[in-house]
Write a protein that binds this ligand. Sequence first.
Ligand code: CO
Length: 212
Amino acid sequence: MSDLHFQLLENNKEWVANNIKRDPDYYKNLAKGQTPEYLWIGCSDSRVPANEVTGTKPGEMFVHRNIANMVIHNDLNLLSVLSYAVEVLKVKHVIVCGHYGCGGVLAAMGNKQYGLIDNWLRNIKDVYKTYAEELDNIEDTHERGRRLVELNVIEQINDLSKTSIVQNAWKNGQSLQIHGWVYDINDGILRDLGVSFSDMSALQSVYQFEKA
Ligand code: CO
């Protein structure tokens, strides 16, 4: 076992001891079940840990992370998480959180090959294409990258509202809001992009499902 591996298990023991010192029933209560109000869809980037940046504790946030916080309509993993969060846990908020300096987004903006991941990043190139006029007009590459991070979040929010899972929740009168945020790894601040949805009124009619 490597030293680092050993250190992680030591850290865990210390974490458990601290939690039990604060509340002897901490794990007994957590083991009873989860009722999180939030589903977080974020980037796998190690610098954007969902609980830490939002000050939430175990039990408060259901989490799905992938490269560049994508909502891809045939991703069975994402759809399963979304379905369970919305239909069973009945979370009240879904947050898609991107982050400036996202390696996935920046790679998608360029033309270099990275291997298998190019097929995943292809979805971000499609976002670029949708907003090409705006993005091509931003001369500074750094600024263009920041804007693509934001636009990518907005497109993932749109993709969430195109799912039957989210639309059925809205049709059934379930309180469900979808939010787009961006985390800045330079200062640790989370910014709300102001693109929340709580119904499908903003959705093009071709994407609107009738009640099942
Ligand atoms: Co990222």
